[in-house]
Design a protein around this ligand. Sequence first.
Ligand code: MG
Length: 173
Amino acid sequence: MLEQEIRRLIREETRFRTGLGFDVHRLVEGRRLILGGVEIPFERGLEGHSDADVLTHAVMDALLGAAALADIGVHFPDTDLRWKDADSLKLASAVGDLVRQAGYDIEGVDAMVLAQRPKISPHFPAMQANLARALEVRPDQVGVKATTTERLGFPGRGEGMAAMASALLRART
Ligand code: MG
């Protein structure tokens, strides 16, 4: 009986899967700055094939990784004109569908933007709400944070922004 219970508990534990994501985009003039689906007033924006939403891209890769479904470059190649200037929240919604189809529920994601400027924290609630809606979870399941890099490296020099993310999935039984 005890052995059965231990085996059941081990199965329960292995139902959880974690993933990590990371992304970088260059800051350029003449582009809008979109982070977590929020347009932030700034003199420059992120360059990329899609809307270059570096935060949402890191979250998507964390989710795909947790489900062992490769990365966003595989699912949404930047050679494909369908994703040109694409709304990354729509892509995130598609990623949510993919992980659910693979048999997982999203327990939570957490993400961090690395940017020297502008100040991002006033936009956290709107970003959480956008990502939660796209992923079909509650806003309290989506952590959004930001840090400067103390003027060091490419984010610190304002050459670009980076984002990292983690995701926790639970396999449906
Ligand atoms: Mg990207």
